[in-house]
Design a protein around this ligand. Structure first.
Ligand code: KIV
Ligand code: ZN
Length: 514
């Protein structure tokens, strides 16, 4: 019988540590709900002591997401563990994940602790966590650069103290597949009580080896893999969930194992995470990149048309990509639109959200000949996860050219008032952002700005993703329109609305869409 590999998703914890990413509570809850649909076994929901926002998010996920184990991260300190438990205690299946560094480098320069002190702290805190929570995971941070003999000693002691899962992190992405596989094998052979625990792996991608290392660990006895959607995470990221899962599925003959992931939900989950985090997916990214199933060369196209397997080792349908032969346009009715939403996996949208999305679809169909599935998904994701529009773009007008200074006039709706301002700027986008800031009366830093076309053709939708910074916090915004200045203005206002929403949210009023 093939063995099951447990998928531990850390998109909301390590993934959220991606530089420039900051998710609000509503966004984290939506992602957690989608991860549940994807079938992950474990969701690491956050690091409760890190911030109030993290604490509230872990608590909301613990209360609302049933099925997967819900994990909160904690350093090996009572304060961290108490805070994690306070948030996790509402979960159907809670787990405390506690960690301390064990490599000489980290113990000497970061912790300034002797090895015996680290060992005793790990044991005491695992015991403490176990006194609160039925399931405890322990990670020796910088595990792969830890002296093996010391690591074996720590692992044996924490199992005796009650750890159920031992997670071996390649914290700085330094290992290679052969080395990491042998490291896991060494743990299995040298930790006497290892059979009482599950071996988990957590690989970073600094050398681009995170997925290969994780798979090598599976071949050598690991049964839990920590990974993140789209490979998000610190620095170069964590191992990409979709790549590990599809490698196991496509090459089950090689790995002799399986996961419970509903692979048809991969594409939707990847899009949602990209949308919410504002981190675009590179086009040639395996499994979820725009080109992952595209065949450009004539020879390849000819081969695929004759027999798909010539150049496709997995089907686009297996990761949830569908090609629809019926194209929607301005003559399409509400029924066809609703049916397409269902096919795209948005069966549970509320009537209000469908109505709003349908109005936007009709609007778009007036501007474009045909509306693609990508267009519809962009509209619907934007509509479904819309936070309250405190400020709303009502009107803008620009004057711009290559020999004049750009000017922009904007009018915003705010409660029952109208805010109108004009500004000069370094190009039409800059002038529009400055006019919006003036109208609202705030000053934010634009951290990044990204414009992409959705679909193809001159009438393609332009989607702007940007990030603003205010008081050391980052807020992302998205806007779509066939006019790129309008997309930009909408994205900027969306980020400002998120900022206001986060400052005032009340967790009891959360009302997830799906
Ligand atoms: O990379 C790492 O070492 C971690 C631990 C906290 C598991 O993220
Ligand atoms: Zn990590």
């Amino acid at each position: 019988m093939d063995k099951k590999i447990y998928i531990f998703d850390t998109t909301l914890r390590d993934g959220e540590q991606t530089p420039g990413v900051s998710l609000n509570l509503q966004e984290k809850l939506e992602i957690a709900k989608q991860l549940e649909k994807l079938g992950v076994d474990v969701i690491e929901a956050g690091f409760p002591l890190a911030s109030k926002g993290d604490f509230e998010a872990v608590k909301a996920i613990a209360k609302n997401v049933k099925g997967p184990v819900i994990v909160g991260l904690a350093r090996t300190s009572k304060k961290d563990i108490d805070r994690a438990w306070e948030a996790l205690k509402y979960a159907e299946k809670p787990r405390i994940h506690t960690f301390i560094a064990t490599s000489d480098l980290h113990m000497e320069h970061k912790l300034k602790m002797e090895p015996d002190e680290v060992l005793n702290t790990a044991v005491e805190m695992v015991k403490y966590a176990k006194s609160l929570c039925p399931s405890v995971e322990f990670s020796p941070e910088d595990g792969t650069r830890t002296r093996p003999e010391f690591l074996y000693k720590v692992l044996e002691a924490v199992i005796d103290a009650g750890a159920d899962i031992l997670n071996i992190p390649d914290t700085v992405g330094y290992s290679t597949p052969n080395e990491y596989g042998a490291f896991i094998k060494g743990i299995k052979q040298n930790v006497p009580n290892i059979e009482k625990a599950i071996i988990s792996v957590h690989c970073h991608n600094d050398l681009g080896l995170a997925v290969a290392n994780s798979l090598a660990a599976i071949e050598n006895g690991a049964t839990q893999v920590e990974c993140a959607i789209n490979g998000l995470g610190e620095r170069a990221g964590n191992a990409a969930l979709e790549e590990i899962v599809m490698a196991i599925k496509t090459r089950s003959d090689n790995f002799n194992c399986y996961t419970d992931i509903v692979t048809e939900q991969i594409s939707k989950t990847s899009n949602l995470v990209s949308h919410m985090t504002g981190v675009e997916i590179q086009h040639n990214k395996a499994i979820v990149g725009a080109n992952a199933f595209a065949h450009e060369s004539g020879i390849h196209q000819h081969g695929v048309l004759n027999c798909r397997e010539t150049y496709e080792i997995m089907t686009p349908e297996s990761v949830g990509l569908k090609k629809n032969s019926i194209v929607l346009g301005k003559h399409s009715g509400r029924h066809a639109f609703e049916e397409r939403l269902k096919e795209l996996g948005y069966a549970n949208l509320s009537m209000d959200k469908i109505n709003e999305a349908f109005i936007k679809f009709k609007d778009l169909a007036d501007k474009k000949k045909s509306v693609s599935d990508e267009d519809i998904e962009a509209l619907v994701i934007q509509e479904a996860f819309q936070i309250p529009e405190l400020f709303k773009l009502e009107y803008f007008q620009i004057s711009s050219g290559n020999s004049t200074l750009a000017t922009s006039t904007v009018k915003l709706g705010f409660e029952d008032k109208k805010l109108e301002e004009a500004s000069l700027g370094d190009g039409p986008v800059d002038a529009t952002f400055k006019a919006i800031e003036k109208a609202i009366g705030i000053d934010v830093i634009l951290k990044n700005y990204f414009l992409k076309a959705i679909g193809s053709g001159k009438d393609a939708l332009g989607e702007v993703t940007l990030k603003i910074e205010k008081d050391n916090r980052i807020y992302s915004g998205k806007g779509i329109s066939t006019d790129v200045i309008e997309s930009s203005a909408k994205a900027f206002i969306n980020a400002i609305n998120k900022m206001h929403y986060e400052m005032n949210y009340d967790t009891n009023e959360l009302n997830p869409v799906q």
